[in-house]
Write a protein that binds this ligand. Structure first.
Ligand code: SD4
Length: 326
């Protein structure tokens, strides 16, 4: 199947999939969805969503829900998020993360952060305790240590040996199609009070050049939250996201009246129009709006996303771009 066929086929399949219940039918009808609502990238987002929901149901703050939800993925050790994520070309794990709060439009980010267990917490501290938005590298690390965040010794012999083994395994299957060497959690939360917040965390592209920063910690690229409209987050090849400020654009398309799935699809179409790579961009997005409607779209066949409300917690398939081009 060609990729374009997949995208349209997936869109049709998605309309009939039984998993597409509450929120998406509400989306299709333009109705109000259930709240609180948490939407995140990939199946591993489900456990993060559920942790976030628990905090909200206990009366916790939106930002606590975002931060502690993402902790789950950062600690899980089975994704390219957190310290067990994919090392760069020098064998070092460099982490990127950001957080954004809708009600006051504040944001914080860290990039190229080494040896800190929870980069999302470092990003939150940047937002709440400094007058800056983005700290990088050693400065970010020193700040996180000053803030008392948990650190881990990275350059141990054990970790180096582990990396060498992983590297050998990666070399053995160079033809792998799916970007299995990089996944990111972008997690969006709509509280019962109608406020929005979101976070994003990743170890980025495996084998990246030391110092490379992707879309994930860049506000407007890997994540964007606007309390008036909605929120969007990204996963995939950061270089193809950040050149288009894709999450910002999704929110702006929703502001113009598009539903979340439509907005994600339109941004992908927009990017595809000017990209020689066509559909081989590896860009995937999740979005929700202020009314509790949500959606996603991606160019990776294997992309899935997680949606959690007080009555259900689902992993949904990539619905593709949909048949229409508006
Ligand atoms: C990056 N966007 O660093 C991240 C990686 C990712 O699914 O999301 N992979 O480019």
């Amino acid at each position: 199947m060609t990729r374009r066929k997949f995208l349209n086929h997936a869109a049709l399949g998605a309309l009939t999939a039984s998993a597409l219940t509450a929120g998406r039918s509400a989306e299709a009808n333009g109705e109000k969805g259930e709240m609180p609502l948490i939407v995140s990238t990939w199946p591993f987002g489900k456990a993060a969503n559920e942790a976030a929901l628990k905090i909200l149901l206990q009366g916790g703050a939106l930002l606590d829900a975002v931060e502690q939800g993402i902790w789950v993925t950062e600690s899980a050790g089975d994704a390219s998020v957190g310290l067990s994520g994919s090392p760069n070309a020098a064998g070092v794990v460099q982490l990127d993360a950001c957080i954004m709060n809708g009600s006051d439009h504040k944001a914080g980010s860290v990039a190229g952060l080494e040896g800190i267990r929870h980069p999302i917490s470092a990003a939150r501290r940047v937002m709440e305790k400094t007058r800056h938005v983005l700290l990088v590298g050693e400065g970010a690390r020193m700040f996180a240590l000053e803030e008392g965040l948990e650190s881990v010794e990275l350059n141990s012999r054990e970790r180096y040996d582990q990396w060498q083994k992983q590297r050998a395994a990666q070399r053995a299957k160079p033809a792998e199609k799916k970007p299995a060497n990089h996944d990111t959690i972008a997690l969006l939360v709509l509280g019962a009070d109608g406020n929005l917040a979101g976070g994003c965390s990743t170890s980025g592209l495996g084998g990246k050049l030391p110092g490379r920063v992707g879309d994930s910690p860049i506000i407007g690229s890997g994540l964007y939250v606007d309390n008036e409209v909605g929120a969007a987050g990204a996963t995939g090849l950061g270089e193809n996201v950040m050149r288009y400020c894709a999450s910002f654009l999704i929110v702006e398309f929703m502001r113009q009246g598009m539903l979340p799935h439509e907005a994600c699809s339109q941004v992908i179409r927009r990017i595809m129009r000017s990209e020689p790579k066509g559909a081989k961009l590896s860009i995937n997005f999740v979005a929700l709006d202020k009314r509790g409607r949500y959606g996603a779209a991606g160019t990776d066949e294997g992309f899935q996303y997680s949606v959690t409300t007080p009555t259900s917690s689902l992993v949904l398939p990539n619905p593709g771009l949909g048949p229409s081009d508006r």
